[in-house]
Design a protein around this ligand. Structure first.
Ligand SMILES: [Zn+2]
Length: 167
């Protein structure tokens, strides 16, 4: 579990797949995701993709896509069906001369201490199997807690805050 006390400040986590590697989330991305938290009793799950740079051994999340009309969203379900997510990822990839990459996925849960559902882990396994790279997965809860994980083809590992390791 990663607790983001300031949802508009940069967050630094440890990359469990790369010695000395970090995962940096720009505060603007976290603030954008925080706006979609399920803080009312009827708010549906929401989600999008995480975009940024792979600078070995680090991952740098600099932007994300956000829910759109063609997505399917209920209180306990989100499916990223709107074509704008992939279109944005492709546009950013081209605009940055193929530097900005698809780094992973985010979505919300209607719980204060979120953790992946069996549907989540199955969907992420499909994404991991399709990629040669380490992928990031984030679930934003209703408050300041979020779950973050990182996976390659073989294994999915939870991600820890950097400060907790150096203390
Ligand atoms: Zn979920």
């Amino acid at each position: 579990m990663v607790v983001l006390t300031a949802l508009d400040q940069d967050a630094v986590m440890v990359n469990p797949f790369q010695t000395g590697g970090l995962i940096l989330f720009e505060g603007e991305v976290l603030a954008g995701i925080a706006r979609y938290r399920q803080q009312s009793a009827t708010a549906p799950e929401q989600g999008g993709v995480l975009l940024g740079y792979r600078r070995d051994p680090h991952l740098h999340v600099v932007t994300a896509t956000f829910p759109a009309r063609g997505d399917r969203a209920t209180r306990f379900f989100f499916k990223r069906d709107d074509p704008s997510h992939a279109a944005t990822a492709l546009r950013m990839w081209k605009r940055t001369k193929r530097m900005m990459d698809y780094l992973g996925e985010w979505h919300t849960h209607p719980e204060s201490h979120p953790s992946p559902s069996s549907i989540d882990t199955r969907a992420w396994a499909t994404i991991r199997a399709a990629s040669l790279e380490v992928m990031l997965f984030m679930i934003a809860g209703t408050g300041e807690d979020c779950w973050m994980g990182c996976g390659n083809r073989k294994v999915l590992l939870p991600v820890r805050p950097y400060l907790a390791v150096v203390q």
